[in-house]
Design a protein around this ligand. Structure first.
Ligand SMILES: O=P(O)(O)OC[C@@]1(O)O[C@H](CO)[C@@H](O)[C@@H]1O
Length: 392
């Protein structure tokens, strides 16, 4: 498939480039995540053996297929599994290898197997610790200041909170990265176009493709409440991951936990939580899951049923780094490559709210890109920069 014909020559990001961010994720972050998962729950001997085997396989052996009787074997066959089986993990495209790693990790802890461990989220302890931590307490308390803001000020504040909430990515933290070092620098800011796309005259359905749970999902929900309350959307469809993914990605269980946390909070946060709880009951906030949200492919390859579902929205807001990679394609574009052209295939106008945590970026001005490169900082991958990009 020719996903982005205008940038076909941009190399797909692979994991075999020495010194690259992608290689480091496979070589360093994935073993750290296996350790984290091993420590999260009391595992059976078979599960320990499966984790050992996955660690060895990803380090210095060849990629193995899913068991032939796996419930999603056919899906992964359709997503190109045969192209990578029998080869080093480091030969695979970054997007593919990472996604397959999370699938295999779930397999190792019997997430899909009928029995006592079925459905257990191996990342739940870290997600729960974050959701019930003091940082969230403070963020909930800070919401008491929202009623003092004008509607425009509140809108701008909530978009910023949703963008920077994306720094709180628990996979990113697995190897000790410090998101507190963020500079808060937006490399592109299409906020005006975002609000213009969220027209209040004919509010329709807004799709939000969620990213992380907890400290990202809470500000996302507060923004959703604002959209509903001020008539920017009649309905919001919140697309969640059908299974644990990329450590902290939000599943339906995480949505429930976030809504309980919000609605149980004192003050303004509790009011917002109560409204959102009610919005689920009336259908104006509609959670949704689709297997393709855990697929190892760009959104240009989305199946027809998902395309049809998304096409009913007047705008799709995509949160986070992985959604950005999947939206534009996981390639090393020129940073000045046109965001509009790269996303032109998407069935609706799009807004990307993302902190930069991988090499992919497009839609920058030449001057901005040159100035960022001149700093010598790892601005593409450090999570210290962010963007708001809109294609209407
Ligand atoms: O989508 P998110 O949560 O913003 O980021 C996910 C992420 O941390 O995972 C990958 C590395 O594992 C990176 O490409 C990306 O930054």
């Amino acid at each position: 498939m020719t996903a982005n014909p205008h940038e076909d020559d941009a190399p797909v990001i692979r994991c075999d480039e020495p010194g690259s961010f992608a290689r480091d994720v496979l070589a360093t972050r994935h073993p750290a995540l296996i350790r984290q998962v091993r420590d999260a729950h009391p595992h059976t001997p078979d599960q320990h053996r499966a984790l050992d085997a996955l660690l060895a396989e990803t380090r210095d052996s060849v990629l193995r297929p899913l068991p032939a009787d796996a419930h999603d074997h056919a899906a992964w066959a359709g997503w190109g599994m045969a192209d990578h089986v029998g080869r080093s993990w480091f030969d695979a495209p970054f997007l593919w290898a990472e996604s397959y790693f999370y699938r295999r990790l779930l397999g190792a802890v019997d997430h899909f197997a009928p029995g006592p461990w079925q459905g257990l989220d191996p990342f739940a302890p870290v997600k729960r610790a974050e959701l019930h931590g003091t940082a969230v307490d403070e963020e909930l308390r800070a919401m008491d200041a929202l009623p003092d803001l004008s509607r425009e000020e509140e809108a701008a504040t909530l978009v910023q909170a949703a963008v920077w909430g994306n720094r709180a990515d628990l996979g990113f933290l697995a190897t000790g990265a410090d998101p507190a070092q963020a500079t808060g620098d937006l490399v592109a800011d299409d906020s005006d176009a975002l609000w213009a796309a969220l027209d209040t005259e004919t509010p329709g359905t807004v799709a939000v493709i969620a990213d992380n749970a907890g400290r990202e999902l809470i500000p996302d929900l507060v923004l959703i409440d604002h959209l509903l309350r001020h008539g920017h959307a009649r309905t919001v469809v919140l697309h969640l991951k059908p299974q644990p993914y990329y450590v902290s990605d939000a599943t339906p269980a995480d949505l429930v936990d976030a809504l309980r946390r919000l609605s149980g909070a004192p003050g303004h946060a509790g009011e917002i939580g109560g409204r959102l709880w009610q919005a689920v009951a009336t259908g104006s906030l509609r959670p949704s899951v689709h297997p393709f949200f855990c697929a190892p492919l760009p959104y240009a390859a989305m199946p027809d049923d998902l395309r049809r579902e998304l096409a009913t929205a007047t705008l799709t807001i995509l949160k986070g780094d992985l959604n950005y990679r999947r939206l534009v394609g996981d390639r090393l574009y020129r940073p000045t490559a046109s965001f509009d052209r790269l996303t032109g295939y998407f069935p609706t106008p799009v807004a990307a709210l993302r902190t930069l945590k991988s090499d992919v970026v497009a839609g920058l001005t030449a001057a901005r890109a040159a100035a960022l490169d001149a700093t010598g900082d790892r601005w593409r991958t450090s999570g210290t920069h962010a963007l708001i990009q809109v294609r209407r």
